[in-house]
Design a protein around this ligand. Structure first.
Ligand code: DLZ
Length: 164
């Protein structure tokens, strides 16, 4: 059967996050969506043993600022192991959508490479609000949950590679 909920995952394949320190940067644009994504990410981190005091949440105005926010977080706190960037960009009548999506996806990659730490793209890029709702705890899961699983897997991978 076709998989429609991308947040269904095998919990046994997710490493424990005990001791991991994780930042979440959430955009204020489309706040009802980004709050649901941030909640999904936070709850998933907690389910996988990340301590409450090891999760920091900051807000930035829009998705365009996610890159700067993640860079600021990692620059100001060297003990962070990874950052999840949360946003929701909805297609409008102008080309704004393309510029924001391009800048954020490339920018997040650059921040990850600059700091040598996982910086995760939990940004919805949708045609309309319904598609966003469907992916923020609706029929297609919650992209924040996926971001949390991804950051845990990437931090674990980085730690494994350091020991070889
Ligand atoms: C300006 C703008 C527009 C039109 N649409 C969105 C959007 O759908 N999602 C989002 O997160 N942010 C949007 N923004 C704001 C930009 O991300 C940014 O905050 C401003 O251009 C200021 O740099």
């Amino acid at each position: 059967m076709k998989k429609t909920n991308l947040s269904d995952y095998d919990t046994t394949l997710v490493p424990s996050g005990k001791g991991y320190r994780i930042g979440i940067v959430a955009a204020e644009w489309n706040q009802e969506i980004t709050e649901a994504l941030a909640r999904g990410a936070y709850d998933t981190l907690r389910e996988h043993a990340v301590e409450e005091h090891d999760i920091s949440l900051i807000h930035v105005p829009g998705s365009f600022e996610l890159t700067t926010g993640a860079d600021m977080m990692l620059s100001s706190d060297a003990t962070l192991d990874g950052v999840i960037c949360i946003g929701c960009v909805i297609q409008g009548e102008t080309r704004h959508f393309d510029f924001i999506c391009e800048a954020v996806s490339q920018g997040i990659t650059n921040v990850a490479l600059k700091h040598g730490k996982p910086v995760i793209f939990s940004v919805l890029t949708t045609n309309d609000m319904q598609q966003a709702i469907d992916r923020a705890g609706g029929v297609h899961g919650n992209k924040g949950v996926e971001g949390a699983v991804t950051v845990l897997k990437m931090i674990h991978l980085q730690q494994q590679l350091k020991t070889v």
